[in-house]
Design a protein around this ligand. Structure first.
Ligand SMILES: Nc1ncnc2c1ncn2[C@@H]1O[C@H](COP(=O)(O)OP(=O)(O)OP(=O)(O)O)[C@@H](O)[C@H]1O
Ligand SMILES: [Mg+2]
Length: 316
């Protein structure tokens, strides 16, 4: 029989080394499932263990256009056999839809940016007219901030939509969103593991980029002496009212591992605009934090693995 272990389902091998190091340090057996090909015997049970899907909405930008479909297939098979799955079908559907993320956040009672979903490019242009400039547009199926743009006028959007730079949304759905004017040029990303707050990261946005991937693999080497855009935001802890609301919201939605992003605005609002269930941890933040994101994940999934082992023993 195969030794039970934690299976990590994703499609980007560059994300695995920091996770592997953390699992080894916690003494939890782990195996990467790179879902870029392969297959499953639908009539056979999955090997015993814990399955964690961290499939990314931006898989297609790495040449893995079908990985999301493969993950849908694998998750429905795992769930049909009653396997222990973290980041199951519902979470995948949330990861690939900013509409679903917005709906969840709004229904959970947190403040969200005013947003319209437009079906097709024609409607994107028409619906954007209902927003005062500046406004933001996004692709429903985002990730890495791709397709997130700020427009300072409607004419600018119209020119962009007609230009060769225009990228179509993968599912035809575009978001038009209120531009959030930050009180200070940073966003905050709160990390949760096992449904519990781990730490909050301050991401400096003064350079103006909307592509804010925190992973080691995405980091452009800093010029000598340059300060990292990512730092630990110590003032935000588990007792912060928004963090408590987010923990409750994630619990209701069955989301165990996530990074949630918000902006504190000039006019005094704290507005939540993004839930990432494919979350990576920044090395500078990890180096200065007393708790580690990947270690928290390894410990949490290791605990689930122990539970599945003892259940298997009881039923044997
Ligand atoms: N409504 C907004 N107003 C101002 N800035 C915004 C707004 N929405 C997004 N941004 C900026 O753009 C960045 C990327 O947006 P968002 O997080 O929605 O995209 P994403 O594709 O999910 O990115 P990622 O996968 O990196 O989280 C944000 O971190 C923020 O800096
Ligand atoms: Mg984001």
């Amino acid at each position: 029989m195969v030794e039970p272990r934690v299976y990590v389902i994703h499609e980007n091998p560059e994300w695995f080394p920091p996770l592997k190091t953390a699992f080894d340090a916690e003494g939890v057996p782990v195996e990467e499932v790179l879902l870029v090909d392969g297959g499953i015997d639908l009539d056979a049970p999955p090997p015993p263990g814990v399955y964690w899907s961290r499939m990314s909405a931006s898989a297609d930008t790495r040449g893995h256009g079908y990985s999301k479909e493969y993950t849908r297939a694998v998750l429905s098979w795992l769930e049909s056999w009653g396997a222990t799955v973290v980041g199951g079908s519902r979470v995948l559907e949330l990861e690939v839809s900013k509409v679903a993320q917005h709906a969840l956040l709004r229904s959970g009672g947190v403040e969200v940016p005013r947003t319209t979903a437009a079906f097709g490019v024609g409607q994107l242009l028409a619906r954007a007219r209902e927003f005062e400039a500046p406004f933001i547009t996004k692709h429903n199926q985002g990730g890495k901030g791709l397709g997130v743009r700020r427009f300072d006028s409607h004419a600018e959007l119209e020119a962009h939509a007609a230009s060769p730079d225009f990228e179509e949304s993968a599912d035809g759905i575009y978001l038009v969103q209120e531009y959030l004017r930050a009180r200070e040029p940073f966003i905050t990303r709160a990390e949760f593991v096992g449904g519990r707050f781990v730490y909050a990261v301050r991401v400096d946005t003064s350079a103006g980029s909307f592509e804010l991937c925190p992973a080691d693999a995405c980091v452009v080497p800093d010029a000598v002496g340059e300060v990292s855009a990512f730092s630990l935001r110590r003032k935000i802890d588990a007792s912060h009212p928004l963090i408590r609301e987010l923990e409750a919201l994630l619990a209701r939605a069955g989301i165990l591992i996530a990074g949630v992003e918000f902006i504190e605005t000039e006019d005094g609002r704290t507005v939540v605009y993004d839930i990432n269930t494919n979350t990576n941890y920044n090395p500078d933040v990890e180096a200065s934090s007393p708790v580690s994101g990947p270690r928290s994940i390894a410990a949490f999934l290791g605990g689930l693995l122990e539970e599945t082992r003892s259940e298997a023993l009881q039923s044997a």
